[in-house]
Design a binder for this molecule. Structure first.
Ligand code: ADP
Ligand code: TRP
Length: 327
């Protein structure tokens, strides 16, 4: 059977949150249930380096992301799971692609422009981040890339670079496609903006019970009085509640909004309970994994060996295509 290569990565740039979970991790986990998919998932530590100058912090976060993903259900028997930095071929392919990338293509990238607008000092790594991401994708001949909507433009850059490469050097690389689930493309944070580690508006997957309850209870809502009917579709709390609820629960809650007599405090309480329950088993698995750092390291090392074999092969093909022959 010809299996389809699926690939995605996540940066170890802070504690993972519901946006990461529903936008990227859940779709990635669903895809690895299907034996027709050959899934490669990795921790993008080189990407995180663009914004994490503290070595201890980078080390700790990379380990934490591994624990989070495994605890959430990533099965190393079904997906190759590894750290990006264990595949040095990635940086070589990044260079080759850099020599093909027009400046304007990168200058137009929102994620870079947003970071600059927020006052982050730009380094060259941050600017060329999408090329490193393209290398991640192309080096494994990936066809499908599950991500949240904020990564859509990066996927377009990847496709653009792939086409340029194939046009200049002949068909060598596979043009990948993003897979973005509409219903969770942008999960809102506690302030209503996109949930993001950089906006400090997250609900963490493995957040502390008391702190998370408080965060949810403090979420801003409009000032419609309790007795009045409310529109669930324009309410952030409902958008988050929907992610956890069954269809019946969702419809019941929507009806209660419309009927009136429902206070936002009650919705917050229900949301917290759903959230807490949804990750109960994962929380338990994470505690176990915390006690087994050696096992986690072995999983990542075994994943890196498999990923590297594929990466070496593609890089060889690419270098030969551009006129660099290594024996
Ligand atoms: P953050 O914005 O918190 O730094 P990342 O950029 O590390 O998150 O994103 C990791 C993955 O999670 C990406 O695929 C991204 O699209 C997805 N993701 C992040 N935030 C959200 C969100 N609020 N809604 C949907 N998907 C998201
Ligand atoms: N840029 C992605 C993010 O911030 C992480 C990432 C790096 C990635 N390389 C990738 C995602 C390759 C998908 C494919 O979320």
């Amino acid at each position: 059977m010809n299996r389809q290569r699926v690939l995605s990565g996540i940066q170890p740039s802070g504690n993972l949150h519901l946006g990461n979970y529903f936008g990227m991790m859940r779709p990635a986990l669903d895809l690895h249930e299907d034996p027709g998919n050959d899934c490669f998932y990795f921790i993008a530590d080189y990407h995180a380096l663009t914004q994490t100058p503290d070595p201890e912090l980078l080390r700790r976060r990379a380990h934490d992301v591994a624990l989070d993903f495994l605890a959430c259900g990533l099965d190393p028997e079904r997906a190759v799971f590894f750290r990006q930095s264990e595949i040095p071929e990635i940086t070589q392919l990044t260079w080759v692609l850099s020599c093909l990338a027009p400046l304007g293509l990168l200058e137009r990238c929102h994620s870079y422009k947003d970071k600059i607008a927020k006052g982050l000092t730009a380094n060259v790594g941050l600017f060329s981040y999408p090329i490193l991401m393209a290398a991640d994708i192309l080096i494994y001949d990936s066809r499908l890339v599950p991500v949240g909507r904020d990564q859509k433009q990066h996927l377009e850059v990847t496709r653009d670079l792939t086409q340029r490469f194939n046009h200049r050097y002949g068909e060598t690389l596979i043009v990948p496609e993003a897979m973005i689930r509409d219903e969770v493309a942008v999960v809102p944070g506690i302030d209503g903006q996109k949930m993001s580690k950089s906006y400090e508006n997250t609900i963490e997957i493995f957040g502390d019970e008391k702190r998370t309850r408080k965060k949810i209870m403090r979420m801003k809502t409009d000032s419609t009085p309790v007795e009045e009917p409310k529109n669930p579709e324009s309410c952030n709390l409902f958008t988050l509640y929907k992610l956890f609820a069954t269809t019946d629960e969702r419809e019941e809650m929507a009806a209660a909004y419309r009927r009136g007599g429902l206070g936002y405090g009650q919705v917050k309480q229900a949301l917290f309970e759903q959230y807490w329950e949804a990750f109960a088993a994962a929380r338990e698995r994470r505690r176990e994994l915390e006690r087994e750092p050696e096992r986690v390291r072995e999983i990542l090392a075994a994943g890196a060996r498999k990923a590297r074999a594929v990466a070496r092969n593609t890089l060889g093909r690419v270098l030969a295509a551009v006129g660099i022959d290594l024996d």
